[in-house]
Design a protein around this ligand. Sequence first.
Ligand SMILES: [Zn+2]
Ligand SMILES: [Zn+2]
Length: 354
Amino acid sequence: MSKLPETMKALVAYTPDRYVLETDWPRPKAGPDEIIIRVEACGVCAGDVKAKHGAERFWNSYIIAPFIPGHEFVGHVVEVGSGITEFSLGDRVVSEQIVPCGQCMFCRTGRYWMCEISDVYGFKDRVNGGMAEYMRLPANARTYRIPMDMPIEKAILVEPYSCSKHAVDRAQIGLEDVVVISGCGTLGLGMVGIAHLKNPKILVALDIKDERLEKAKEFGADFAWNPMKVNIVEEIRKLTEGYGCDIYIEATGHPASVVQGMDMIRKLGRFVEFSVFGAPTLLDWSIIGDQKELDILGAHLSPYCFPPVIDWIDKDRIGTRGVAELFLPIDDWEAAFRIAETGEGNAFKVVLKP
Ligand SMILES: [Zn+2]
Ligand SMILES: [Zn+2]
């Protein structure tokens, strides 16, 4: 093996106003139970953009700077610690976004995705992310091998689609259900593909961008509607003899989508909330109890979802075509963050190549 360099190129976040592409940042080295990967690509997530915008919730109590952003990465193993037996040099891997502490009550009871410490790559210096040439996967990392020949356009979707799977799992979709998925960004499209695998009676996708609705139909939605153009509450009632949808999965992060969902969901329905919101939602809570007796379910991260999602993506059982198309060199990180935020050029997932 050729000797690895001592320094590397890395996007380093010091403060919301100070993100610097460092060219001689120290390369991480593997401790006994750690792995170092050469990053092949790293997607830009809405969470990365929110951190860049200085989201108070992140910077006040969560972020430990300086850090390297990025939790949607694919890479090749270039260094393994003495205690690593499962992985070898050259393996192509992905790793779940959270590195569980292994000690807290949630970790000890198998619910590691809600780890009290919550070390997610790309927000803290001890779990630096994939927007760098090299990256360290710490001892408790949940790492998986992916096929060497899986195109990077597909491989880069393993992390986001795994989050989609968890949200769909929470919804407990049955064959008789009319399911509405609100929001057809990368995650919403993953939900459409995975909900389609569950074969519900009717699958409806909503988004305010028509190009996204086209993609949702391609990935398995029976109907794809734009709430700006169609009275969707009325359409859903028409489809369901006036009752409303059985399941509503919220993946937009807009308060209006919550209100709309509460309106179109039937009594005793299931509402799954996946998004992070920029503003509080104003809602009459009597809908939840007195009017409809709803099940309100949250979804966070992607517990136990990586292995099946890798398999489904590999076998083309869920749609991926055209989602991750825009790859930029890490030098263009500013453009990548901008495009991830604005969606200009109809990009779904923007990916950096360090
Ligand atoms: Zn993400
Ligand atoms: Zn923990």
